[in-house]
Design a protein around this ligand. Structure first.
Ligand code: SF4
Length: 341
């Protein structure tokens, strides 16, 4: 049985050829999948009933199931999706009242080898890569379920996207060409995988690269991100300078603020110095305390002081709005609870 989600128009034409139908039928199917978020072949009402019956014998729209769905009081939706092999991933839809944007936060792997100390996904280790169709399924499942059109995609769910770069790039192409999501509305976030950053520097990617830095120096970073032992913060800076020089693009620095670990005055000064010659915006993310570790959320006043100090260095700094705090919307938390790991 062919799964239609993730197929290009050319691939759908092979199916319509097999059924002795025109390329125009392939185009209709393509539109139903990507632009009208059809849930089933029966939804494709501008195809004749006979053709739909023939198509149903060899194809279906999707084979992904929604295993759990949670809705936050702020409108954030969090899904646990199950693939046919029984593996699950999380996908989140974030809505902001004052903006028309609907942002899907997608996963790129099942589990993750990077093992950041603050992340539940890393605790489970790496299980497998998602293929590009499985990544595309996440956004289309949201669209089918809500009837809404996703406008932005961020690769900030489970997994390290740059350790599954081929599939991530293929999924980005489909988001752009088939779902008509502008390349600039797609963000790829990495823990700092230098070979992947170098690869992205060589291609004409209009999307935003976000770096999960989370520390101003090697000693603090290696306490919370083992990836620092392989790709250290100084080599990372060289790779980022090269990326910016080659692409001309501004990067985003993500910085998780953890009380008394990386939120001090000295850390802010050191971070400002590290970033002073990088073309970047900074996104501060106050940590959300969870049961499985001792990291603490910083106070609002220390977040604001940290922000002010960085702004004095001339950078644009935002504090990420907390989304879905009542539904465990931090990385890996829903899956952990559901599977009781
Ligand atoms: S934060 Fe991201 S890169 Fe780090 S362990 Fe979790 S999923 Fe992997």
């Amino acid at each position: 049985m062919q799964i239609l989600t993730g197929l290009s128009q050319k691939e759908i034409e092979k199916i319509t050829d097999e059924l002795h139908q025109s390329k125009f039928r392939a185009r209709q199917i393509h539109n139903w999948i990507y632009l009208k978020s059809a849930k089933s072949i029966d939804d494709m009402t501008d195809l004749s009933k006979d053709f739909r019956e023939e198509l149903k014998k060899i194809a279906k729209v999707s084979d992904v199931k929604i295993k759990v769905k949670q809705e936050s009081v702020d409108g954030t939706l969090k899904y646990l999706l199950e693939y046919p092999d029984g593996e699950c991933v999380e996908t989140v839809l974030m809505r902001f009242d004052n903006r028309a944007n609907l942002t899907a936060c997608v996963s790129s792997q099942i589990g993750c080898a990077v093992n950041c100390a603050f992340c539940a996904t890393g605790k489970r280790g790496f299980i497998r890569n998602l293929d590009y169709k499985e990544i595309v399924e996440q956004v289309l499942t949201i669209q089918r379920d809500t009837g809404l059109k996703v406008t932005n995609v961020v690769f900030m769910g489970q997994g390290e996207p740059l350790l599954n770069l081929d599939n991530v790039l293929k999924a980005m192409k489909i988001f752009n060409e088939s779902l008509q999501i502008g390349q600039r509305r797609i963000t790829v976030s990495t823990s700092g995988i230098i070979p992947g950053i170098n690869q992205l520097a060589e291609i004409d990617m209009q999307s935003t690269l976000a770096i999960s830095l989370h520390a101003p120096n090697h000693d603090i970073r290696k306490q919370i991100m083992p990836v620092e032992n392989k790709y250290n913060i100084l080599d990372l800076k060289s790779a980022l300078k090269n990326y910016i020089a080659k692409t001309g693009r501004r990067i985003t620095i993500e910085y998780l603020l953890i009380e008394n670990l990386n939120d001090t005055f000295d850390c802010a000064k050191e971070l400002a110095h590290y970033l002073h010659d990088l073309k970047c915006n900074i996104n501060l993310i106050p940590y959300n305390s969870v049961e499985y570790n001792d990291f603490k959320k910083p106070s609002n006043s220390s977040v604001m002081k940290f922000k002010c100090l960085l702004e004095h260095s001339g950078k644009k700094v935002t504090v990420r709005l907390e989304r879905g705090a009542d539904i465990d919307a931090a990385c890996g938390q829903l899956k952990g609870k559901y599977l009781q790991i």
